[in-house]
Every structure is written in C-alpha cells, then in structure tokens.
Design a binder for this molecule. Sequence first.
Ligand SMILES: Cc1cc2nc3c(=O)[nH]c(=O)nc-3n(C[C@H](O)[C@H](O)[C@H](O)COP(=O)(O)OP(=O)(O)OC[C@H]3O[C@@H](n4cnc5c(N)ncnc54)[C@H](O)[C@@H]3O)c2cc1C
Length: 449
Amino acid sequence: MTVSERNEKTGSTLISGTVWRNWARTVEVRPTLVARPTSVAGVQRAIETARARGITVKAVGAGHSFTAIAEAPGVQLDLTRLTGLIDVDQARRRVRLLAGTCLRDIPELLAPYALAMENLGDIDSQSISGAISTGTHGTGASFGGIATQVVAALVVTASGDLLRIDENQNSELLPALSLGLGALGILVEVTLQCVPQFVLQAVEQPERLDAVLESVLERAAAVDHFEFYWFPHTKTALTKSNTRLPADAHREPLTVTKAYLDDVVVANGVFRLTCNLGRIAPAAIPGINRMAEKLTGNRRFTDLSTNVFITRRTVRFKEMEYAIPAEHVVSALREINAVIQRRGLRISFPLEVRFAKEDSLWLSTASGRATVYIAAHRFFREDHREYFAALEEVLRSFGGRPHWGKMHTQDAESLRQVYPHFDNFIELRDRLDPERLFANRYLDRVLGA
Ligand SMILES: Cc1cc2nc3c(=O)[nH]c(=O)nc-3n(C[C@H](O)[C@H](O)[C@H](O)COP(=O)(O)OP(=O)(O)OC[C@H]3O[C@@H](n4cnc5c(N)ncnc54)[C@H](O)[C@@H]3O)c2cc1C
C-alpha cells in the first residue's frame, strides 16, 4: 500500500486501496482510496476528497453483509479508528457511541454502568453502524431489531455538513436514518437506549417439528426469545428458549470446556463435516442431517445476556433471509419443505426461524407488522442459486421482505410494493444525497439509481 495523502490535523489518512472482500467471499472490490478517519473532521475531509475527485464514498463496517451493500469502489471509509464510548446518560440509560464501535466491545463499555443492549443477533463481529444500517435483528416476539434501540445519531451528509437527529432536532428523520442502508449519510455517532444488565436462562432442546409448528406463535409469545432451527430432511426442530432474569439471578454458565465442545467441536465441527461430506455425496445429506440433529442442541444454562445471545460461527456460509408476517410461519415452512422435496434438493444447513415485534422504521423488515424471519444457508463453496431462488419465490408469495444484508434478487420496483414508506425514503435520499455520493451498485438495484 502506498500512502497517497495524510492529514493529521483533520485525523484522516487516505491510502490507495487493496482488494477488499466481505466475510462470505461473495463480494470483492478494490477501492480507489481507503480513508481511516480518527475524528468526525476526518470523515468530512474524506467526503470532501471524494467530491473533489468525482468518486463515490461508502462506509464499511465489519464486512459481514452477504450482499454488496458495503461495496465501496470509490473512497472506502473504514471507521475502525472511530470507536468507543462518548458518554452515558445514566438516568435515562442511554449511551453515545462512536459509529465504528464493534458490537463485541459494547458489553465491556457498558459494564461499569450495569447496562446492556436490549437484544442482539447471533454474532457480535459487526460494527454498530453496519448492524443497524441493514436491520440486523435477533429473536423475540416482544423485541425489535438493533436499529429500534437507536434514539439519536450524528450524521455527516453528502455536503459534508453535520446533521444531528435526536428528540429535539430532526426527530422525524430517525425512522429513516437509524436503518438507512448507508444511503443517506455517514453515521459518526449513535445513541442507544439500553436496559439494565440482565441474565438469560437458556433452554435448548430437540423437539418434534410438527409439535413445535402446532403452537409456534404461542411458543414465541410465551418466552422472551424463542427461535428454532430445522434441518431439512428431518422431522426435528432444535428449539432455543431464552428467558430474561434480573442481573443478580443465580448463574450457571457453560463451563469453558462444555462451551468449546458444544460450539466449536459439535456445532461448528459437525456443520463443517456435514457440509464437506454433503458436497462430495449429496445423497448422504438426509442421513447426515439426522446425525447432526442428534448431536446438537440439548443443553440448559444461565448467563449474562451477551454470552447467551452470541454464538460462534466458524463455518463460512452464504445466507438469504426473508421477513414475512408472523401468522404465515407454518404455511411458509410447509411450502418450503414441499419445494425441497419436489426439486430433490439436498440441503446440509438448517433453516433458522426467528421472531420480532412490529416497528415503525421506514425500511425495517419488521416495519408495520409482527414478523417471522426465515433464513436459509448454504456452505460457501456450494452453488446456492437454485435453493435460494426456490425459497425466495415461496417467501415473496407471503409478502416477504429480504434482509438488506443477506442475499436476494429483488429490486427497487418489487421492494416498493412491500414497504409502505419506500417513497418517503427515496425522497429523503434525494434531499440528503442528490448526487448519489453514497451509492454503489447494490443501492442502485434496491433503491434505484
Ligand atoms: C456469520 C454471520 C452471522 C450473522 N448473524 C446475523 C443475525 O443474527 N441477525 C441479522 O439480522 N443479521 C446477521 N448477519 C448479517 C449482518 O449482521 C449484517 O449484514 C450487518 O450489516 C453486518 O454489519 P457490518 O458491520 O459487517 O456492516 P457491513 O456489512 O460492512 O456494512 C453494512 C452496511 O452498513 C453501512 N455502514 C457501515 N458503517 C456505516 C456508517 N458509519 N454510516 C453509514 N453507513 C454505514 C455500509 O455502508 C453498508 O451499507 C450475520 C452475518 C454473518 C456473516
């Protein structure tokens, strides 16, 4: 790498880009320039440079989106030096974070204040800004995705100006900016509404899929965080039911050895084995899945929320996930099963089924409706196209909305049909970024050029 420009005063270093790849290896790009600002002024300077050169600028988080949403062919804004806690409003349990802060670091930053994030997804490798910008979510029929925890933000717009959004200023923009696909501006600060630290009691067990489906909405409503995995070609669901308890509740965490055995050796190891075996001998997949269902998912433990929400993912995969109205969960899964059978597909990865409450963010996959998420995965070396296309057809027929960070084939025209606020978002984009400084080919597809 050659240093092409350095400006210590504004906290910005610009270097010529080398090849960047996302986690799933589905996107590869060589940015013209990479900026690693250490201050808000550094972000403004990078934007100024992009404008002066007539190239686009895009913030990148941890590169954990499966889609090309973070692809930055012009100036790639790497915010890994713009991280940490700015301040805490203890009375209101609100924390202001620099936008590049990694989710993994947040529990330690919040611990001195006995605070926690209300809900999380499966992993914590993402940046806070990347996670909210694509609508990253966990599970829980009474809980929203991470972007619903955002109560204020500071954004650098395409003109280089600062736009503060909080309850007193520009509050009407929060439902767009807190889940903005990186299309409206560069987040430099994010304020989260936190909750008192809490413990989760986890019960993970295999159950008959039919029995789970019989009362799935009741199950999702009865426990704080309910989800299940279903290995195609089996009749078993691996359910996870997490109940929130006060921080001083008795804890029975997994021992380090047990956690290692379960997560690394059994869960990820079995997956790796099934994926590799499945590639060599697809006909063996149903038998392998039956073995996997027996080896995984039968444990109880109680631990701090983050230690329960977060799991290890060491097997690389590709993922598509759709949000549909919660009431269609059973019909959609039955239809997916039928499609897999009809086409004779051999699928080694489980489907993951999660829940979220309705929210009011304009481009949230749970906007205006209680939601179930159905996620399909394929080993990263496998061809995902036939499987994902078949499921996408099913899930779209239920009014499905694709996760913005996971693979799908929809475009602005079809997405406009499923998002009542789609045109409000486009109008705001026209206002904040009329020259499409923050565009890339993915945003051109899903929002229109
Ligand atoms: C192993 C794995 C597990 C996952 N688990 C879940 C899960 O449980 N639930 C779920 O919903 N998703 C999950 N995802 C998807 C993932 O959470 C999202 O794709 C998320 O956006 C990735 O965050 P990131 O920091 O890597 O962002 P990136 O992918 O790098 O970027 C995503 C978007 O955020 C924008 N962005 C980043 N920083 C800024 C900023 N400062 N200002 C403006 N825009 C910005 C980028 O421009 C881009 O548009 C998973 C992904 C992987 C690979």
